[in-house]
Design a protein around this ligand. Sequence first.
Ligand code: PRP
Length: 194
Amino acid sequence: MTESRVVPAEVVASSGEPSIRVLFTNEQIFARVREMGLEVARDLGTYTRKPLFVGVLKGACMFQCDLARATPLDVELDFISVSSYGAGTTSSGKVQLLTDVRNDVAGRHVVVCEGVVDSGTTLSAILGLLKSRGPASLRVATLLDKVPCRRVQVPVDYAGWRIGSEFVIGYGMDVAERYRNLPFVGVLEEEAGS
Ligand code: PRP
């Protein structure tokens, strides 16, 4: 991830399409995630058992992989899939477990990786589930923390940035499955060309 892959908003948007305001560039994300990886390594590096990074699919996919690459420890990856938003841009408040982790988390040092914590509904459900299985420790790392949107209090141990209530896309995050592969985090704005 050393090469620059910033895609300007004007390249992404065409006539009639929403334009995208870049919130965090690929370079900013790379630098911040690197810091977070070192912080995780400082906290978990003394344990003999490998940490287990559990990514919350799909939004955390980019962040989880980049955080793992930025963490100079032998880590294992696992994934959990829940659904709460559907195709809309506001939380339904309901969480359905779609795919469970494959690992037995009992006795493991677990780091739940999220792209964005919004109302806290998703994370609260995931933490409740994992906690009931007896991990040695349970931490949360999220690229973005939408603090003003919180409806359920959840612990966040590592946050890339605290932001407001804007609906973010890119770097794993979507609107109706679009924009996940943008290398930056952005916000949709008014339609281009209108
Ligand atoms: C998004 C995001 C978080 C969750 C945060 O996932 O990736 O997992 O919402 O919202 P909350 O704090 O209000 O629960 P989404 O349900 O949209 O699924 P996705 O990750 O597959 O896009």
